[in-house]
Ligand binder design. Sequence first.
Ligand code: SF4
Length: 188
Amino acid sequence: MAGQGRIGWHISGETVIRIYGTADDSIVDGPGIRFALFVQGCRRRCPGCHNPGSQSLTGGQLVSAEALLAQVRANPLLAGVTLSGGEPFDQAAALLPFAERLRAELPHLNVWAYSGYLYEELACEAPSPAARSLLELVDVLVDGPFKDDLRSLELPWRGSDNQRLIDVPASLVAGEAVAYGHSVQNKN
Ligand code: SF4
């Protein structure tokens, strides 16, 4: 039975994630074949949102970290996992158990995240402690809200020109946003 606890939703004691959907073999949400997890819920209401059905805070379905990890394990061709939405960092407490186990159990997979937050907001003024912890588990952050007037089909892995590809580990070391570059590409 599901109920809302202090840090999120729970089913039989396990924290669960409210999701809009998943893609088992996405090739558009980062490099290589990826498991893409689209969380449910985003307050930004960007005009031209690529996933308007993911905006409702009450829609979607509740799934456990274990169920999602089973989907990831089932595809040996995956290069990585992408957290998208909706807004992943507004569900950081629920996503953390999934992301922590993903890192521990499947360390060969890289992790990308799409967020309407800027890197600086997540690193320095995180909306929750869990959001900062989740950031630390991400390799590449595609940051900033989608802007319809800056939309472009020419931008790899981005919807609009304001969005940045951030190398998160390098950025955390440098203390400022570092553009995603060859160091992460070589890892894929
Ligand atoms: S941040 Fe993303 S999911 Fe949220 S409204 Fe904007 S485009 Fe849609």
